[in-house]
Design a protein around this ligand. Structure first.
Ligand code: MRU
Length: 326
C-alpha cells in the first residue's frame, strides 16, 4: 500500500522482530510497533495494534517464529486465545503447526504464508474489479484494506484495481463505531487518491434509500459453509437494507476465512470487547461509568443477503461453496 508515496505492508519481519503499523494511532500518527516476543504479538492482536482477519493470521504466524523452542505449545495457546472470531487466526496457526511438524524453518513458513495471503488479496482485486462499473458508488463497512490483510486488502483490493484501470469510483465509508475502522479506510483511500466520504453508521440506509449507493463491498471474519458470515458489527443491518433497496451485496475474502468445519453462522463465536470502547471515543469520555453498555464486536449475516463472495478462486454464490473449492 502507498503511504505518502512510499510502498508499505501493514506488518513485516525484520532483524528478529515483528514490525507492525500501529493501527491504534492512525490516521493521526504513523508509527511502527515492535514485537520481540510471543507476548508482544498477543498483546498487539488483543489491543488491535494489528487487526483485520488475514493480518491477525499473519501476525500470529510470525508470533510462532518469536517463540522459544521449548515454549512453542504455550505460544500456540497464547496466540489462539487472543481473539475468537476471525478464522484466519486459527488457519494460520494450523498452517504453522503443520509446517513445523514437517521440519520447515518457522520463519520460512511464516514468510510463505504471508506471501500467499498477499497473492490471494491481489487476485481478489482482479476478480472483484470486474463487478465495479465505471462511475460506481460503493459503500463499505469497517476496514478491509491493506492494513487488515498485509497488502491490497479484500474489499478495498477491487477498488484499488478499478482506480488503477481508470474507472471513476466513489466510496461511502461507514465510520464503524466503536473502534472507528472507517478512519483507517479513509486513510487508505486518501493514500490511493480514491474519492470518498465518511458517514455515520446510521446514515447508510439514508443514502441507500435515496438511490445513491450502487453496490456494497465488505470483508469477512469467518464464513460458514452455508454462506452465513461474521463481519464487523453493523454489517448485518447493511445487508438487510441492501436487499430492501435492491443493491448488490458482495463479500470479499480469501479462502482462509472460510471455516470448513462450520455448517452455519449461528455457531460462530462472537467476541465481546471491553466496555471502555463504548464509553470513550479515543481519550474522551462520552458515557459515564454508571451507564451499562454492551460491545459485541461482530454480527452474523445470513447467506440469503449475499449476492456473491469474491475469492482468489473467483466469484462464487453462497450455494456454490463446496469442499472442491479448497
Ligand atoms: O475488529 P476488527 O477491526 O479486527 O474487525 C475487522 C473486520 O471486521 C474486517 O471487516 C474483516 O476482518 C475483514 S478484513 C480483510
Amino acid at each position: 500500500m502507498k503511504v505518502n508515496g512510499k510502498e508499505y505492508r501493514s506488518l513485516w519481519f525484520e532483524d528478529g522482530k515483528l514490525l507492525m503499523i500501529d493501527q491504534r494511532k492512525l490516521p493521526f500518527e504513523f508509527s511502527i510497533f515492535e514485537a520481540r516476543s510471543v507476548d508482544d504479538v498477543a498483546f498487539a492482536i488483543k489491543d488491535m495494534v494489528v487487526r483485520g482477519a488475514p493480518a491477525i493470521g499473519c501476525a500470529a504466524a510470525y508470533g510462532i517464529v518469536l517463540a522459544e523452542k521449548n515454549e512453542i505449545e504455550v505460544a500456540f495457546t497464547k496466540l489462539a486465545n487472543t481473539r475468537p472470531t476471525a478464522h484466519d487466526l486459527f488457519h494460520a496457526l494450523e498452517y504453522m503447526r503443520r509446517k513445523i511438524e514437517e521440519g520447515e524453518d518457522p520463519l520460512d513458513a511464516a514468510e510463505k504464508y504471508v506471501e500467499q495471503i498477499i497473492d490471494k488479496c491481489r487476485k481478489i482485486g482482479e476478480y472483484g474489479e470486474t463487478l465495479i462499473q465505471d462511475g460506481a458508488r460503493i459503500l463499505t463497512h469497517c476496514n478491509a484494506g491493506a492494513l487488515a490483510t498485509v497488502d491490497y486488502g479484500t474489499a478495498l483490493s477491487p477498488m484499488r484495481v478499478a482506480k488503477r484501470r481508470g474507472k471513476k469510483i466513489f466510496v461511502y465509508v461507514d465510520e464503524t463505531r466503536p473502534r472507528l475502522q472507517g478512519s483507517l479506510t479513509s486513510w487508505e483511500l486518501k493514500n490511493e487518491e480514491i474519492e470518498h466520504v465518511v458517514i455515520p453508521d446510521n446514515a447508510a440506509g439514508y443514502f441507500m434509500e435515496r438511490g445513491e449507493v450502487d453496490m456494497i463491498l465488505v470483508g469477512a471474519d469467518r464464513i460458514a459453509m452455508n454462506g452465513d458470515f461474521a463481519n464487523k458489527i453493523g454489517t448485518y443491518e447493511k445487508a438487510v437494507l441492501a436487499k430492501e433497496n435492491d443493491i448488490p451485496f458482495y463479500v470479499a475474502a480469501p479462502l482462509s476465512t472460510f471455516d470448513r468445519n462450520l455448517g452455519r453462522g449461528e455457531d460462530i463465536v462472537i467476541e465481546e470487547r471491553g466496555e471502555d470502547e463504548i464509553r470513550r471515543i479515543r481519550d474522551t469520555e462520552i458515557f459515564p461509568e454508571w451507564v451499562k453498555v454492551k460491545n459485541p464486536a461482530f454480527d452474523v449475516t445470513p447467506a440469503r443477503y449475499v449476492t456473491a463472495f469474491i475469492t482468489e478462486k473467483g466469484i462464487i454464490k453462497p450455494d456454490e461453496i463446496t469442499e472442491k473449492l479448497f
